[in-house]
Ligand binder design. Structure first.
Ligand code: BES
Ligand code: MN
Ligand code: ZN
Length: 496
């Protein structure tokens, strides 16, 4: 897809479709009024009719071949109340308008963005968002199914050249959107395709595509030598080889400490011997969405040549029952030396992560963020809306919360109070891998906190945000690629 700024006036711009917001009071923005005058009031005539109330993005009107401008069509889209339009509403407008453009088979569209830059919404932010939304709106999962409707495509999007940085902003949004789509695609692939080996090869492909990315893959034999007993306990029942995949992105000078991103990559979670109930178990192919996000972020920052150093760790394994599988009550020794009593083999994500987190120490990171579809309790508490954040460094968490607000990939914090830690006491090992009945998202965070004492750390539980379960929308969301990319870009500007 091409993203361009157009220097022509709104009446002269060559495109299939000019897209304009209409506010609920039936008013157009300033640029749209210029166009309306050139079209002899053709837009006002639509607004004067009672056909629409312009309250939601579903209120749309398409004018064909309007006389007075070069564009083939003009699309009016309801934008709701002007005073209530903030970044979230503007982003929704863009995604809904893009869907209409796609559905109308208009490969070239021109968005009059300045008319949406109300209430202090920044025009550069809008430009980036337009490109991000365009990338994600155009994504279809087609790998393992026939492409039923011939897909509509977007070929180019333009916006008026009102200011200097718009093209760079659109490139940023494009890279983020592509990173989001990479995470969605990996998440959506079935578990018989997207195995730990597939993730390792995907990481190798990324390294081949980007000079600034290097990859190193630790196999089970290597992990055994290192003493990663927790990690290996998860893969014990699987015939697929497990891997700890390490990606290095070097965009800053050598002595800048890296950020480590650690992704849970359970390519299928049956629960193991503590087997899950059958309903919706297919969704456990999404249990690698944390590592998909790591790979999506690595590609986005590499495309942007972001001046940061990042180590991505992908903890890739299946969790299967078999004669060789780990049993409830088994005790294993983690890379840190702490012993863990595995009371429930379905609490496997934390077992992969604890060894990957200890492994992260060797990179002397400035910050470590793990990303994991860790607990069903996170869905019970927040549904699909929030990434849940916990950690041991409030400034780090505050920054993640702020970045989530700014890029609309929002997070909410839960407490890691010491009172919760007691739930992990074990009679037979240093620590149990599950707590009691309650506060499951927090006790999972508590477990990880035992392995993160040597660095500033945040944990993102994305069990709710990483995928949607229902109907046509079922599929991976690509969250929190946008949040993490935003975080890294603020870090490049203002180190924490
Ligand atoms: N991958 C699951 C968490 C999950 C479950 C995410 C359902 C999304 C939907 C994780 O490995 C798991 O099974 N967690 C258990 C932990 C429990 C055994 C302490 C859970 O949440 O039930
Ligand atoms: Mn599980
Ligand atoms: Zn899991």
């Amino acid at each position: 897809m091409r993203y361009e700024t157009a220097t022509e006036s709104i009446t002269e711009v060559v495109t299939d479709c000019v897209v304009l917001p209409v506010w609920k009071d039936g008013r157009l923005g300033d640029n749209a009024q210029t166009l309306d005058a050139a079209l002899n009031g053709a837009l006002s005539a639509v607004l004067a009719s009672d056909d629409y109330i312009w309250e939601s993005n579903d209120d749309r009107h398409l004018l064909h071949s309007p006389a007075g401008c070069v564009a083939g069509r003009v699309l009016l889209v309801g934008a709701g109340e002007r005073d209530k339009c903030g970044p979230k509403e503007a982003a929704k407008f863009l995604s809904e308008a893009l869907k209409a453009v796609l559905a109308g088979n208009m490969p070239h569209a021109h968005f009059v963005l300045a008319d949406l830059a109300v209430n202090d919404i920044d025009i550069n932010w809008l430009a980036a968002r337009l490109a991000q939304e365009a990338e994600t709106a155009a994504y279809r999962y087609v790998t393992t199914k026939e492409d039923k409707k011939r897909e509509a495509v977007l070929e180019s999007l333009s916006i008026p050249a009102n200011s200097e940085n718009l093209e760079a902003a659109m490139r940023r949004g494009e890279a983020i959107g592509q990173g989001v789509n990479r995470a969605r695609q990996l998440g959506n692939l079935p578990a018989n395709v997207c195995t730990p080996t597939y993730l390792a090869n995907h990481a190798r492909d990324l390294a081949n595509d980007h000079k600034a990315i290097e990859v190193e893959v630790l196999d089970e034999a290597r992990m055994k030598e290192l003493g990663m007993g927790c990690f290996l306990s998860v893969t014990a029942g699987s015939i697929e080889e497990a891997y700890l995949i390490v990606l290095h992105y070097r965009g800053a000078d050598e002595d800048t400490k890296p950020v480590c991103l650690v992704g849970k990559g359970v390519t299928f979670d049956t629960g193991g011997i503590s087997i899950k109930p059958s309903p919706a178990m297919d969704e456990m192919k999404f249990d690698m969405c944390g590592s998909a996000a790591v790979l999506g972020v690595m590609s986005a920052i590499a495309n942007l040549k972001m001046p940061v150093n990042v180590v991505g760790l992908v903890a890739a394994s299946e969790n299967m029952p078999s004669g060789g599988a780990t049993k409830p009550g088994d005790i294993v020794t983690s890379l840190s030396g702490k012993t863990v009593e595995i009371l429930n083999t379905d609490a496997e994500g934390r077992l992969l992560l604890c060894d990957a987190l200890t492994y992260a120490e060797r990179f002397e990171p400035s910050h470590v963020i793990d990303i994991a579809t860790l607990t069903g309790a996170a869905i019970a508490a927040f549904g699909n809306e929030a990434n849940v954040v916990m950690g041991n460094d409030q400034p780090l968490m505050d920054r993640l919360l702020q970045c989530g607000q700014d890029c609309l990939d929002r997070a909410w914090q839960l407490p890691l109070w010491s009172e919760y830690q007691k739930q992990l006491d074990s009679n037979f090992a240093d620590i149990a891998n599950i707590g009691g009945k309650h506060a499951g998202t927090i006790t999972a965070g508590c477990f990880l906190s035992r392995f993160t004492e040597k660095f500033k750390w945040a944990h993102l539980d994305i069990a709710g945000s990483a995928w949607l379960s229902n109907g046509a929308a079922k599929g991976a969301t690509g969250r929190p690629v946008a949040l993490l990319t935003e975080f890294l870009s603020t870090l490049a500007e203002t180190p924490a």
